[in-house]
Design a protein around this ligand. Structure first.
Ligand code: DI6
Ligand code: FE
Length: 391
């Protein structure tokens, strides 16, 4: 087991880790820790045999939104489909109504418990998308709430502008006009310091590849990285388009084909798999994991926390589902919520444990890393260290 774990996870048995000024100063086998460095340490802690992993990264969430869609869940149980509900004015549009109706304080109060649930499972970096405001006023409000969450909590927040998520009611039947509006909003929100990346929903119930391309052109002009909700319900050629823009990631990907996977591999885009949405929408077509492996596309795993297709605040559960539903190996799933998730956000200073990187890590009461993916509904987290400080 030790040998397998060393290979698959880079696991170091009986390790030591030295932190200085919020960064990892040294990591390796305890026996190899230089004596001079050890004598310099002001404080030492015995982790008592705990497994230490990098802080978890949830790289795709819609955490800030108003209300919930339990009633829609009931409609689907009575037989309506997600697409039918979306086309008849429910779905994302219904969350847009509740999000617009909510004040900044209310949105914050609703998002905080969701964030704390994720933090409780060792999440130290999270991406939060807008996309339920769909006007400058309301997108700005949601992005400000996301930024505030990062100030209130010991967690790093990346914000993504998802203006091209759905068509707001005032633009019904005028998708191209709404894309114009997205292009007007983007530089304003960027100037307000609210945007780290730009995303869009490329789908027959959302935006076409050529509409997404206009949004990506605007992002590129501002020097902002892009990502894309691609190939979730159909193959719309989104991944190939996103790869042309060196997308950080393409997300969902149940309908990804070989052309798309090859384009992602060339561009270095991460494939973000979202088993929660697959499960909750009772999809049957799994993302092409063998193809992603063959093309060496890095795979990340995330909650997609959102009220319509994945009302989920457990990244550990996603580890398990990525294995049971998509057949990832536990080491792939774990890399998917650490190393590759960091990469999907453009971070090079976190996601693994190495000298020079941020000291974000989690102590777990497990004997071997596979246990984190194996058990579901369990939370063996003992302690989180964020930026070198116990949280
Ligand atoms: N894909 C998703 O899974 C979420 N957004 C998207 O583009 C679902 C959003 C919702 O149903 O509220
Ligand atoms: Fe999503």
């Amino acid at each position: 087991m030790q040998e397998h774990a060393a290979q698959a996870y880079g696991l170091i048995g009986d390790a030591a880790l030295v932190v200085r000024d919020g960064r990892i100063e040294w990591i390796g086998a305890r026996a190899a820790l230089p004596g001079a460095l050890e004598r310099e340490c002001g404080e030492t802690h015995d982790c008592g045999g705990a497994l230490v992993t990098p802080g978890l990264v949830d790289c795709h969430t819609h955490l800030v939104h108003g209300g919930n869609r339990a009633h829609e869940f009931e409609s689907r149980l009575r037989g309506a489909s997600y697409e039918q509900i979306a086309r008849s004015g429910g779905g994302i549009a219904s969350t847009v109504r509740s999000t617009r109706d909510a004040s900044e304080e209310q949105l914050l109060a609703q998002a905080l418990p969701r964030l704390r649930a994720l933090e409780n499972e060792g999440v130290t970096t999270i991406e939060i998308k807008s996309g339920y405001g769909l006007s400058h006023e309301h997108e700005a409000k949601c992005l400000r709430v996301a930024r505030t969450l990062g100030v209130l909590e010991d967690v790093a927040v990346r914000t993504t502008f998802l203006g091209a998520h759905a068509l707001p009611p005032e633009f019904a039947g005028r998708a191209d006009d709404y894309v114009d509006e997205v292009l007007r909003m983007l530089p304003l929100l960027h100037a307000e310091g609210l945007v780290d990346a730009v995303d869009a929903f490329c789908e027959r119930i959302a935006f076409t590849a050529s509409q997404v391309e206009r949004v990506f052109d605007a992002a590129r002009a501002l020097g902002l990285p892009v990502k894309l909700h691609a190939e979730q319900l159909s193959d719309s050629g989104g991944a190939t388009l996103a790869a042309r823009f060196q997308a950080l990631s393409c997300d969902h990907l149940e309908w990804l084909d070989e052309t798309g996977a090859r384009a992602m591999a060339r561009a270095g885009s991460v494939a973000v798999l979202l088993p929660g949405a697959f499960y909750f929408l009772r999809e049957t077509r799994v993302p092409p994991v063998a193809l992603l492996r063959e093309q060496r596309v890095p795979i990340a795993v995330s909650t997609d926390c959102n009220p319509g297709s994945s009302p989920c605040t457990s990244l550990l559960l996603m580890l398990n589902m990525a294995c049971t539903l998509f057949r990832l190996m536990p080491e792939e799933a774990l890399a998917g919520v650490t190393r590759n998730a960091a990469r999907a956000l453009g971070f090079t200073d976190r996601g693994t444990l190495a000298a020079g990187l941020r000291a974000d890590f989690v102590l777990w009461d497990v004997r071997e890393p596979a246990e984190l993916a194996y058990a579901f509904g369990a939370n063996p987290r003992r302690l989180t260290v964020f930026g070198g400080r116990p949280r």
